[in-house]
Design a protein around this ligand. Structure first.
Ligand SMILES: Cc1cc2nc3c(=O)[nH]c(=O)nc-3n(C[C@H](O)[C@H](O)[C@H](O)COP(=O)(O)O)c2cc1C
Length: 215
C-alpha cells in the first residue's frame, strides 16, 4: 500500500529507503521519534560483523521487564560466515531467504514456558516480546537493521537446534547493516511502508466495545 505522500517523495527524489520509511510515518500523539523511526529494512549489506557488535542488542533485551522477573527469553544466534549460519538460514522460507541472505546474524528467539520453580507462566511470550522490542530498538539506535521473522520452519528449528519442550520458539530475527545505496528498482522491491492502526482502533476506555469491527 502506498499513500499519495509516499508516491510524491518516491517519484521526485533520490531519497534512501530509510528516508522514505521515515517520511511515510506520522504519530498522532507526541512520542519520542525512536518509536516510529524504528522499522524493518530488508535491503542489507551482506557484511560480516563481530559477535561483540551483537552483544549490546542482547544486553538491551535482558533489561526488559518480566513477570516475577522470570526473564524467560533465550536467544540462539548464528553469525554470517560461521558453520551455524547455514543451519539457521536453511530454516527460513524462500521469501525470507531472498533478502535475509544479506544479513549479518540470524537470531532465534525462545521463551521458557515455566517459571524457574516449574509452575506454568502465563506471560512467557508477552515478556519475551518486550525483550525482543528492546533488542530491536537497541539495534536501530546502533544503526543496524533488525527484522523479525515468523516465516520459517518451526518444527525443523526445534529438531535441528535441540530446543527442549519446555521452550517455545517465538520468532527469528535478521540483523544486518542496511544497504545504503538503493536503486529505484530496489526501492520498489524492498520497501515496506508500514502504517499503523489509528489509536482509537486499539485503545478502549472500560469494557471491550460491541460492534462488527472486533474480528
Ligand atoms: C514476530 C514477527 C514476525 C515477522 N515475520 C516476518 C517475516 O517472516 N518476513 C518479513 O519480511 N517480515 C516479517 N516481519 C516484519 C513485519 O512485517 C514488520 O515488523 C511490520 O510490517 C511492521 O513494519 P516495521 O517493523 O517496519 O515497523 C515480522 C515481524 C515480527 C515482529
Amino acid at each position: 500500500m502506498r499513500n499519495n505522500k509516499d508516491r510524491i517523495i518516491f517519484e521526485k527524489s533520490e531519497e534512501t529507503l530509510e528516508d522514505l520509511e521515515k517520511y511515510s510515518r506520522t504519530a498522532e500523539y507526541p512520542i519520542n521519534d525512536l518509536f516510529f523511526e524504528r522499522w524493518s529494512p530488508s535491503h542489507l549489506s551482506g557484511e560480516e560483523i563481530e559477535i561483540e557488535e551483537l552483544m549490546p542488542l542482547f544486553e538491551a533485551a535482558k533489561w526488559a521487564p518480566s513477570a516475577h522477573n522470570n526473564q524467560p527469553w533465550r536467544f540462539l544466534f548464528a553469525m554470517r560466515g560461521t558453520p551455524n549460519w547455514k543451519l539457521f538460514f536453511n530454516l527460513l522460507s524462500d521469501v525470507n531467504k531472498k533478502w535475509a541472505k544479506d544479513a549479518s546474524a540470524l537470531i532465534i528467539i525462545l521463551s521458557k514456558k515455566t517459571f524457574d520453580n516449574g509452575k506454568p507462566s502465563m506471560t512467557h511470550s508477552f515478556d519475551t516480546g518486550a525483550a525482543w522490542e528492546n533488542l530491536a530498538l537497541q539495534g536501530f539506535l546502533m544503526g543496524y537493521a533488525v527484522h523479525g521473522m515468523d516465516l520459517f520452519d518451526y518444527d525443523q528449528a526445534k529438531k535441528k537446534l535441540n530446543i527442549p519442550n519446555s521452550f517455545q520458539i517465538e520468532a527469528m530475527a535478521a540483523v544486518g547493516k542496511p544497504h545504503k545505496k538503493t536503486t529505484s528498482e530496489e526501492m520498489e522491491i524492498y520497501r515496506h511502508p508500514s502504517p499503523r492502526k489509528k489509536t482509537e482502533e486499539i485503545f478502549y476506555e472500560g469494557k471491550f466495545p460491541r460492534g462488527d469491527f472486533q474480528n
